[in-house]
Design a protein around this ligand. Structure first.
Ligand code: NAP
Length: 280
């Protein structure tokens, strides 16, 4: 399959480039291509004539989205809508990635695709708008929500949450991690393979795709330290102690129910950490 990939240098995009080996994946770099530039996208679609456009680009700094709301909606909603329209007009399939942050976090069981979203941040609202602008169209479109993505191609300067926790533990420091926020952290390598299965299904619509299970960031950090072979305690703190400008859902684990119905299950969150440490 001929695939045009936007955001191909990021955590998820890099894994798609690596793992979709039977496809021809073309991924223009960010500095030569702005996703919110409709003319540039039109040119890229003309030039590569893909069968599928995959969008992994987003403005996903959750705190900055609170103050740069225009930019959040421009990239995460309006640009996604324009890209979907361009694909629809050409008969090209479209896959775009969304987030667990479309939910308010009041659930006690992992959210399925049937649950009603209610974002509590500008980021979540902008991503939900992007989802709805795609799903209202009668076209070949996949919208895939995921959660807590980490991958070996994270920005070198920041690294991943796992890298930071392990580095602190190795340095003899005690990492402090929130124990009252529950999610389904997901390894980008596993997610990339799940996306390929979704695309192969031709069953369009909304999906959740996450490493299986629900875990607090504290338990996740403890497992990462343990799997890295470091013996250093992790300190549990509350979300209230970890002050952040944007509100985040306290519970945003996702059940990949539609994916399971396709016969595809992602490994557990713990296996996600192990695979990440192996692949690094
Ligand atoms: N990371 C998470 O925890 C998480 C959780 C749930 C959902 N998601 C969603 O998953 C998707 C992929 O996330 P990720 O973690 O792989 O992100 P990432 O590592 O930050 O990668 C994003 C990629 O998109 C590029 N990009 C950003 N804005 C662009 C624009 N306007 N035009 C063209 N390219 C642009 C980036 O290039 P530069 O690096 O050069 O800017 C980078 O290559 C996003 O839709 C995100 O909202 C992420």
């Amino acid at each position: 399959m001929k695939v045009l990939l936007v955001g191909g240098s990021g955590q998820l995009g890099s894994e798609i480039r690596l793992r979709w080996t039977s496809d021809e994946v073309v991924a223009p770099a960010h500095d030569e291509f702005e996703f919110d530039d409709a003319v540039a996208l039109e040119r890229a679609l003309d030039r590569f004539a893909p069968e599928l456009l995959v969008n992994c680009a987003a403005f996903h700094n959750v705190d900055l989205c609170e103050t740069q709301t225009d930019r959040a909606f421009a990239v995460n909603a309006l640009a996604v809508d324009r890209a979907a329209a361009q694909c629809e007009a050409r008969g090209v399939a479209f896959l775009t990635i969304s987030t667990d942050y479309v939910f308010d976090g009041n659930a006690v069981l992992p959210y399925t695709e049937e649950d009603c979203p209610r974002p509590i941040s500008a980021y979540g609202a902008s991503k939900l708008a992007g989802e709805q602008l795609v799903l209202r169209r009668d076209m070949k479109a996949f919208v895939v929500r995921t959660c807590g993505v980490y991958g070996i191609h994270a920005s070198k300067s920041k690294g991943t949450f796992i890298d930071r926790i392990i580095a602190q533990a190795r340095a003899g420091e005690t990492p402090r991690v929130v124990n009252d926020v529950i999610a389904s952290p997901t390894y980008a390598g596993h997610l990339a393979m799940a996306l390929r299965a979704i695309v192969a299904s031709d069953a369009y619509g909304l999906y959740h795709a996450c490493n299986a299970g629900a875990v607090s960031w504290y338990d996740f950090a403890c497992a990462a330290v343990e799997l890295a072979g470091v013996t250093q305690p992790v300190e549990a703190i509350s979300a209230a102690q970890w002050k952040a400008p944007a509100r985040r859902p306290a519970f945003s684990a996702l059940a990949s129910a539609r994916l399971r119905a396709l016969g595809c299950t992602l490994p557990s969150w713990r296996e996600g950490i192990a695979a990440y440490l192996r692949d690094k």
